[in-house]
Design a protein around this ligand. Sequence first.
Ligand SMILES: [Zn+2]
Length: 373
Amino acid sequence: MGAIRFELIKTCKQSGARLGKLYTPHGEIQTPIFMPVGTQATVKSMTPQELKEINSQIILSNTYHLYMRPGHKIVEKAGGLHKFMNWDRPILTDSGGFQVFSLGPLRKITEEGVEFRSHLDGSKHFISPEKAIEIQNSLGADIIMAFDECAPYPADRDYVKNSLERTTRWAKRCKDAHKNSDRQALFGIVQGGMYKDLREQSAKEIMDIGFPGYAIGGLSVGEPKELMYEVLDYTTPLLPKDKPRYLMGVGSPDDLLEGVIRGVDMFDCVLPTRIARNGTAMTSQGKVVVRNAQYAEDFTPLDPECDCYTCKNYTRAYIRHLIKANEILGARLITYHNLYFLLKLMENVRNAIKEDRLLDYKNEFFRKYGYTL
Ligand SMILES: [Zn+2]
């Protein structure tokens, strides 16, 4: 028996989007879903109780960061990541690859793995596919990710081809090294940059190895949105219908809608929590940079259409004051709202799929959101 099971409930007749259920060792997830990111075993400023209040079904945590600090062995001694951080619902951990590759001059890639220096103290480390799986086996998330190389954008074809072929070899090594396949599902990652034939090659190679779920990597790395949608247009149809599909690192409202319409089931992104700390809210009318002077005497909620705790009880003027005064509560209240907003958006998306009207929902959402590509 595998650790997870995916049930495709229906496909929206209007848009082609998928409605599904993902069964994991820590409960069910209704898809499509947005996963809040808890980089350091915490979704910044949110308690697990609050995450449940806003209906977070699953959260994501970062292997690289937990490996560096406090160390995966400590998390394992604590009884695993769920126990360590007091979260009893599903967790997904990334492989650490993206963070390691983002270290730029601090890292060196070989066939064996990646040597890098810590962003914390400059100490030398080496992560191989086997090591990435060992760390994730210790952390104990319900879904874990293969160690891949995410090619930058732009990158020439030869670079992307070499990198995706190494990703395939590493994916095989990850599957061989994975010890807990009965309680942790290992997802493969399709790379191939912005090249159609390379995406096809990568999808085929990764599917030949065989995984209980597939991620699309190497998008949202600085390319124009039109290009990302184009790559999704030809990449998602390559993936098996009966397995969950995860688009990594994507989480703006427009990208979530466009991704779901192209057949994606799972998303994650630091965007809602990161912009919250800078005083920016995602609202039904588009982005509101609440730290701006124009909100100093605005005694309306962040989003008049939102019924979250923040919007029911606080004004833009008050939250702006908190942000300007560097009060922790300001970032907390916006984080709460932004996550609620995206999770609510995905709930609305699931309802629209159920009723075969996702394109209508999207057009209505974008009209208010003021979105233009
Ligand atoms: Zn709100």
